[in-house]
Design a protein around this ligand. Structure first.
Ligand SMILES: [Zn+2]
Length: 128
């Protein structure tokens, strides 16, 4: 009996084969994402962010992306915690999330990020 992912490679397209293929692809993407962010790069990102560089700017300077470093945080909780610690160390909103910040002075701590996420959820709910 072949594994479902193997059956997919032989051309089977039933639900079990498709699901196994998707799982395999997702696992491969997670491995690539982790491999593209070795320890030295993660340390450099955290150092820049602690120094007050925005996560987006830090990621761009180090030739990765904002999306990639937060996607990595979703699959690697340890990295997520380190990222939260670094953005908290550089917090400029004093844990308030600052309701009306100038875009260039945005705080990137977890509280400010949660506040903005909630705010944009509310805006989307009002303007569907
Ligand atoms: Zn803050």
């Amino acid at each position: 009996m072949l594994k479902d992912a193997t059956r997919y490679r032989y051309g089977n397209r039933d639900d079990a084969a498709r699901c196994a293929h998707v799982d395999e692809e997702n696992a491969r993407r997670r491995e690539l994402l982790a491999a593209a962010h070795p320890a030295w790069l993660r340390r450099a990102l955290l150092e820049a962010i602690r120094d007050g560089v925005s996560p987006r700017e830090a990621a761009e300077r180090l030739r990765t992306s904002f999306q990639a470093i937060y996607a990595l945080a979703r699959i690697d909780p340890e990295w997520g915690r380190e990222l939260d610690e670094a953005t908290s160390a550089a917090c400029t909103c004093e844990g308030t999330g600052w309701k009306r910040q100038e875009p260039r002075k945005r705080c990137h701590c977890p509280i400010a990020r949660a506040y903005r996420a909630e705010e944009s959820r509310r805006e989307r709910a009002q303007n569907p």
